[in-house]
Design a binder for this molecule. Structure first.
Ligand SMILES: C[S@@+](CC[C@H](N)C(=O)[O-])C[C@H]1O[C@@H](n2cnc3c(N)ncnc32)[C@H](O)[C@@H]1O
Length: 355
């Protein structure tokens, strides 16, 4: 299967309004097939490897889905969606890895039988096997896709991103960007030529034992540096990070729910937890939008409340850089980060003028 090389666009020069809001045909204008190649790994099937050195923040590729279904889609929906694809995309789909076990819920088989003509009985088992294969591929390779308002969740298959293997200390970050209707993959740090591009399939704040349990879905035991680290401190830090996330969210949830007015002391308590969490995340090299980005954002809001405008501006600048690095300037998160920075600068200006 040969896909013609698309024109290369320097994503860093794009502004929000340059970005096409509607999906375009073909592999998409931002796909950089020169940056990486797919090849067999010794133990993890096919993987993606840097074909050249890739600087941190580079958009390595972005792509449209070939299948996108609502969260609640079942075996029959998936099979029908695959069968309705053109031939080239069907070939791409059936070539993807299938690692998940057959589901215990078999009620769909009765529904399938009920919807079939009588004379299909001789080939019914084959039809069931094809549905199971389509489902296993879907379960192994699906990515979560949230709408712009975040309210609707779908699951999509993206054949290039589907070749990315997992690490709990990833060097790339993936996210579906609803503004451009594509999944984007960015370098989280400088990547050397020949390094495997590894993303995380799960929330990496969990401690090893929990990550292992969740990764069973994909049928492998992770051997990344975080999982195989002889350093117990690393696991302790991740557990602590998870606890701090939960503590900060609970406190904020309670404040919003009760509509309570917090005293300066209460804001400072939350800010203290945020600062601790930021330190741990940086120590762990966890610098994604969902980890460090979230904490710095919380930090900005709390710093403004307690009159630490200088910190607020400095942290908001970090949020802008994190969103640029992980998601790009065409993401709604980047736009929100710029607004956060404007807000923090505005508060700082107002204070300077008032004093
Ligand atoms: C989304 S696919 C990734 C691409 C896949 N290696 C392939 O050949 O197409 C997910 C599957 O890749 C394998 N895999 C991913 N990360 C792995 C890892 N760190 N170690 C071992 N196997 C891994 C598992 O079989 C998993 O179910």
């Amino acid at each position: 299967m040969t896909i013609p090389d698309p024109p290369i666009v320097d994503i860093s020069t794009l502004t929000f309004t340059d970005v096409p809001l509607k999906p375009t045909a073909g592999p998409g204008p931002y796909t950089r097939r020169d940056l990486y190649e797919e090849r067999q790994t010794p133990e993890a099937g096919i993987g993606a490897f840097a074909a050249t050195s890739i600087p941190s923040g580079t958009r390595i590729f972005c792509e449209e889905s070939i299948v996108m279904l609502p969260d609640e889609a079942g075996h029959v929906d998936v099979y029908n969606a695959v069968k309705s694809l053109g031939e080239e995309k069907q070939v791409m789909y059936w070539a993807l890895a299938a690692s998940t076990k057959a589901s215990r819920d078999v009620a769909w088989i009765d529904r399938l039988r009920g919807g079939c003509d009588e004379d299909i009985s001789s080939t019914f088992n084959d039809l069931v096997s094809s549905h199971e294969q389509a489902w296993s591929i879907y379960e192994t390779n699906r990515f979560t896709c949230k709408s712009v308002d975040g309210c609707t969740k779908s699951l999509g298959i993206f054949p290039q991103a589907a070749r990315l293997n997992h690490s709990c200390s990833p060097n790339v970050f993936h996210r579906y960007n609803p503004v451009i209707n594509r999944l984007t993959v960015h370098a989280l740090r400088d990547i050397e030529k020949g390094e495997e591009l590894l993303t995380s399939y799960i929330d990496i704040c969990h401690p090893t034992v929990v990550r292992r349990q969740i990764l069973k879905h994909w049928g492998f035991r992770c051997r990344c540096s975080a999982c195989d680290s002889p350093d117990d401190d690393e696991d302790f830090r991740r557990k602590r990070i998870e606890d701090l996330f939960s503590k900060i969210n609970k406190r904020e949830g309670k404040r919003v729910k009760n509509g309570s007015k917090w005293t300066d002391k209460e804001y400072k308590r939350s800010l203290g937890a945020v600062v601790k969490c930021i330190r741990l995340l940086e120590k762990e090299g966890m610098e994604e939008t969902d980890t460090l980005g979230v904490m710095y954002t919380d930090g900005v809001r709390l710093a403004v409340k307690v009159g630490e405008e200088e910190n607020a501006v400095e942290w908001a600048e970090k949020v802008v850089e994190i969103e640029r690095k992980c998601l790009g300037e065409d993401s709604k998160e980047f736009v929100a980060a710029k607004e956060l920075l404007e807000m923090a600068r505005g508060v700082q200006r107002a204070k300077a003028e008032g004093s």
